[in-house]
Structures are given as structure tokens and as C-alpha cells.
Write a protein that binds this ligand. Structure first.
Ligand SMILES: [Zn+2]
Length: 161
């Protein structure tokens, strides 16, 4: 996938960790993602909405909003939340008027952020076994998302060799 070419700075992992610590989540037990989305939204003063259009983030009148497509699976909503949060934290949820190439770059960054946010490295580091089924169960993500995340996690260590 092309967005594997975008490498988030290492501080993204620290940012994600600090968010989870703020939510009092320090162990890779099964996440209540719906509850976590509410808590994270409150923490960042983001208004979370559910509707029947494709998920998006925006800034209306100085307030950040995340809109999630309620017709999707809980897994997809969770992944979309991570993606839209990445837009807000990375570039304030605004893509209007941005040249296509830069928008593409922002999309890559948001996708990378979602991978980190939905399946945090500091929780993976505590796990004895990391495989697709475990990730899907614990972190409530879809199969392809889990596979991408495992690949990304392995690459991180290969780069250190
Ligand atoms: Zn996006």
C-alpha cells in the first residue's frame, strides 16, 4: 500500500501512549472502544457524532467535530475515529483548499496515525504473542488493519537491526 511510504515521527507513539495513560489504560486488555472514543473526544474537546455519510472530521466555528458512519461495523468506526483524530491532531481537520498532492500526504499521515492509535505500540510491547487474531480481538480492528499493523510493528524492529 502506498501509505506505507509515510513514516510518522517517533513522537506519534509517545503521543498515543500519553493519550492512553490519560485514559488510565495501561494494559492490553480488551478495549471498550465505544467508551474510549467518548473519553478521548471529551479529552480533546471534540464533539463526536454518528451519521449515515462517510466518516469525516471538521472544524465548525472553532469547534472540532468527528462524524462517524454509523452504518459501518464497530471495528470500522473505531479505525475511522483513529483516522479522523489523526487529521485533527495533525492538521486540524481541515483539508479544504489544499493542493491534491499535499492532501494525499495528509491522508497518508492520518492512516499512519490510525494504525498507531487503534493498536498502540506500548501495549503491543507488553504482549507475548502478536498475531492477527489477537489484535482483532483485543483492539477491535479489522483483519487487514491488523495485518498492516503487524507489518509496521515488525518493520520497526527490522530497521533497528
Ligand atoms: Zn482522511
Amino acid at each position: 500500500m502506498s501509505y506505507n511510504n509515510y513514516e510518522m515521527p517517533p513522537c506519534v507513539e509517545d503521543l498515543v501512549k500519553s493519550i492512553y495513560i490519560s485514559m488510565d489504560i495501561t494494559e492490553p486488555e480488551e478495549l471498550d472502544t465505544r467508551c474510549l472514543m467518548d473519553m478521548v473526544s471529551e479529552y480533546f474537546h471534540i464533539r463526536l457524532h454518528y451519521f449515515d455519510e462517510p466518516s469525516e472530521a471538521n472544524n465548525l466555528g472553532g469547534n472540532f467535530h468527528i462524524f462517524l458512519n454509523e452504518k459501518q461495523s464497530p471495528q470500522k468506526q473505531w479505525q475511522d475515529f483513529g483516522h479522523e483524530l489523526g487529521h485533527i491532531l495533525g492538521h486540524e481537520g481541515c483539508q479544504w483548499g489544499i493542493p491534491p498532492l499535499f492532501r494525499h500526504y495528509q491522508e497518508g499521515q492520518a492512516k499512519q496515525f490510525a494504525l498507531h492509535f487503534c493498536v498502540p505500540s506500548f501495549l503491543l510491547e507488553q504482549m507475548a504473542t502478536i498475531d492477527m487474531a489477537v489484535l482483532m480481538k483485543l483492539f477491535k480492528v479489522e483483519k487487514n488493519f491488523a495485518l498492516h499493523r503487524i507489518e509496521m510493528y515488525r518493520n520497526k524492529f527490522l530497521q533497528l537491526l
